[in-house]
Design a protein around this ligand. Sequence first.
Ligand SMILES: Cc1cc2nc3c(=O)[nH]c(=O)nc-3n(C[C@H](O)[C@H](O)[C@H](O)COP(=O)(O)OP(=O)(O)OC[C@H]3O[C@@H](n4cnc5c(N)ncnc54)[C@H](O)[C@@H]3O)c2cc1C
Length: 459
Amino acid sequence: MTSPTDKTRMLDELRQRLSGTLLQPKDKTYPRARRLWNAAIDRHPVAIAVCADAEDVGLAVRIASEHGTSLTVRGGGHNVAGRSISDDSLLIDLSRLRHVEINAENRVASVHGGALWHDLDLAGAAHHLFTTGGLVSSTGVGGFTLGGGTGWLMRQHGLAIDNLIGAEVVLPDGRYVRASAADNSELFYALRGGGGSPGVVTRFDFKLHPLQRVLAGIVIRPLAEASAALRVFRDFAAQAPDEYCGLMVLACAPPLPFLDATWHGRPVCICAMCWCGELAGGERVLEPLRRGGNVLADHVGPVPYVQWQHAQDGRAPPGRQQYWKTSCLADLRDPAIELLVEFTAKSGSPFSELHVQHLGGAVAREPETPAAFSARDAAYFVNLIGVTPWAEELPTVREDIRALHSRLRPHALSTVLPNFTNRDDGDPATQLGRDQERRVVAIRRRYDPQGLFSPPLKS
Ligand SMILES: Cc1cc2nc3c(=O)[nH]c(=O)nc-3n(C[C@H](O)[C@H](O)[C@H](O)COP(=O)(O)OP(=O)(O)OC[C@H]3O[C@@H](n4cnc5c(N)ncnc54)[C@H](O)[C@@H]3O)c2cc1C
């Protein structure tokens, strides 16, 4: 922002020309509109442009750019680092751009830039056509995809970016361009896991896959059996077919109706699984994960995929204070397992969780069209999810999570999944590896020379 007069002129122009709404700090709805999923993020954008359509996006970007104002973009607002909002920037809010169109014949979904995963999943459900989406359905398609996008279908069909055919992007000068393998291929490279977009994506086009029911659910065991369960998971995952995708959660047991109430709130190990292949075969394949040890609950069975996609939603309500750290691992060795189990046993926070998810399968295979995403050599990723409803508890939660993250570092790879990084991890592009980072920096400079969408990187 150059001067207060300039700011006033920009806001006047936006107010007059936007078809959508411009919210400023003086407006009654501004305090609510600046909130994100993570309540720990408390930032004050100069204004919020709630765009009515893609034309509005182009207009807002052009006006802000003419006045030299930096921009942020909000899709689903789920990013735990709060990358969609910044003090003194204009926030482009895409919450009205949620339309999804399914071309069932070509198996392609065209998804507007502000859609959430349940918008796409529900539209696809009418045709039994889906693509890899987030584990919690209120996550934005936008941020999720730009960061790679891991989900239950990834080992069979790849990450969200591996299913992205093309995107429509509003550049900082207000131009609309197509990014795909054939058009603006460098931009397309950066959009797929590059840790930030040098423009606003107003439309994503995804490849879809036919799918009806999956064999999915959870098996719960006491925390005392978590080390053994994690080792079984590790050995199972190492040889599992691509149709399997699994996640291990160490947490306090939620009050699930199928879990004996005496276990509610006590630390447990939850083995979550999804099999997206032929169901009878899946029963046989998943059996080793379900047998053995003290099984407190086994809630695994055939369910419509879209139902499974919504199964975790209740565990991730908005409005809590969140602090996450993430690591990628080449393997899951016993010392790393012990660290995670020991932390959960001693953890003072009943809301925090540790997630260990297996990658591999299609994720490990380099796509035909190169992408900036660089964690394909990781076999697992571990998310340390620090959560508390109370702001005054956040510093303690944060310190605990940081300490665990440091202790895990000797077991971790240098690359990470951009979607789970925190603000103190810096620009995700710096964790892509030297060659990818250099390429992404050059692409950002070319498409966003003023650094309106992101402050210029050092290298
Ligand atoms: C409860 C929960 C569950 C999650 N589960 C998964 C999971 O299963 N797999 C996974 O990979 N990740 C997962 N994530 C992480 C999530 O994918 C990232 O936090 C992602 O950034 C969220 O995208 P969003 O659009 O909701 O967020 P936002 O905060 O709105 O945006 C995140 C970033 O993307 C940019 N952005 C968003 N939309 C656009 C657009 N249309 N054009 C240009 N830039 C845009 C924003 O500017 C910002 O930099 C989860 C997060 C939460 C909170």
